[in-house]
Design a protein around this ligand. Structure first.
Ligand code: P6P
Length: 331
């Protein structure tokens, strides 16, 4: 049976549509696919290779690193460095940006990649879906090493996406002004194949997704908004509650089935828990390109100007009409 269009063929076809393209972004995307395959293998065999549990270190967020966090970061960084196309890496696992030496990145490498190598890693030991999230920007060569120039709104991403290590390993991304495309890894072939062409998010959903144990930490407007979804007092009526506690799993379900995922700001952490540049912005690009929306409660996520590499942001993301309800309630 023909496995269908491979990720490699899709990337090359995408490049052919842009006659002026030099093939650099294509090469970078293929290296993202390489990292995804390597990390997928490590996640799958983690219990067998004693890769579950804590690494004994903490990351910039002060969170305990899982062994797989460190390994996934090594694989992703290695693939980006070996591509020779990346000037700067910003990882959830590294406090400062990694300005790749010219020897590692091509002398005029122009791309900055923001990434979370393994989001949801606290779920690994219980075999719950986890994922890698990435956002790619093109920066002027003159901006190499100039951190402030790298802090750009998500609308300037040239590509964004995620890899979901679940029942199957799925790579979902959009490039330039192209559609959201989903690829599934064939373990036997070792390549991703197109399984979800031109993904679109239903304009309204049947679920809402939020950690309701945080209710007492929210302000009243947020409490009222979640209550309205819980009681079906929103367009589309009654909703089911779905919350995996792994961002990629909750977002991927929302992308396919519609609905809204919320991680609101809280009294003692008004910017919430999730990060803007390597969680909110890449997923917001996917959501909007699929016909959905994403806000921090005050503005469009993709318009938000970051001031720090690891800044957090409240996140309300999903079906257009559901996110509009959040904006009406919170703006
Ligand atoms: P909470 C996982 O730790 C994570 O970073 C995201 O993947 C997930 O959406 C969120 O935190 C869950 O946070 O506070 O509900 O456990």
């Amino acid at each position: 049976m023909d496995a269908g269009l491979s990720f490699t063929a899709w990337v090359l076809r995408n490049q052919a549509r842009h006659p002026g393209a030099r093939g650099e972004l294509s090469g970078l995307l293929l290296h993202v696919g390489l990292a995804a395959r390597a990390i997928a293998h490590q996640v799958a065999v983690a219990p067998l290779s004693n890769m579950h549990g804590h690494a004994g270190s903490t990351n910039v967020q002060g969170e305990q690193q899982q062994k797989l966090d460190v390994l996934a970061d090594q694989h992703f960084r290695g693939a980006m460095a070996h591509s020779g196309l990346v000037a700067t890496l910003v990882s959830e696992e590294m406090e400062e940006p990694d300005f790749l030496a010219a020897g590692e990145g091509a002398p005029d490498a122009e791309y900055t990649v923001f990434y979370d190598p393994l989001d949801g890693s606290s779920n690994i030991d219980v075999n719950v879906t986890v994922g890698t999230i990435f956002g790619i920007y093109r920066h002027r060569v003159a901006d190499r090493g100039r951190a402030a120039e790298l802090l750009r709104p998500g609308r300037e991403q040239v590509a964004a996406g995620y890899v979901m290590y679940g029942a199957s390993t799925t790579l979902v991304l959009c490039v330039g002004d192209g559609p959201v495309s989903g690829f599934t890894l064939s373990p036997s072939v070792g390549e991703f194949f197109l399984t979800h062409a031109d993904m679109s998010m239903p304009t309204i959903g049947k679920t809402y997704s939020v950690n309701e144990s945080r209710t007492s930490a929210w302000d009243k407007r947020t409490q009222d908004l979640v209550q309205a979804f819980r009681d079906g007092k929103v367009p589309g009526g009654a909703r089911g509650a779905r919350y995996v506690g792994s961002l990629i799993a909750d977002f991927h379900r929302t992308l396919l089935k519609g609905g809204i995922f919320m991680y609101p700001g809280e009294r003692d952490r008004p910017e919430g828990k999730l990060r803007l540049l390597y969680e909110g912005a890449p997923l917001a690009m996917i959501a909007e390109r699929a016909g959905g929306a994403a806000t921090d409660g005050r503005q469009r996520i993709l318009d938000r100007q970051p001031t720090k590499f690891h800044e957090r942001c409240p996140l309300f993301i999903g079906s257009k009409l559901d996110v509009e309800e959040a904006m009406k309630a919170l703006a």
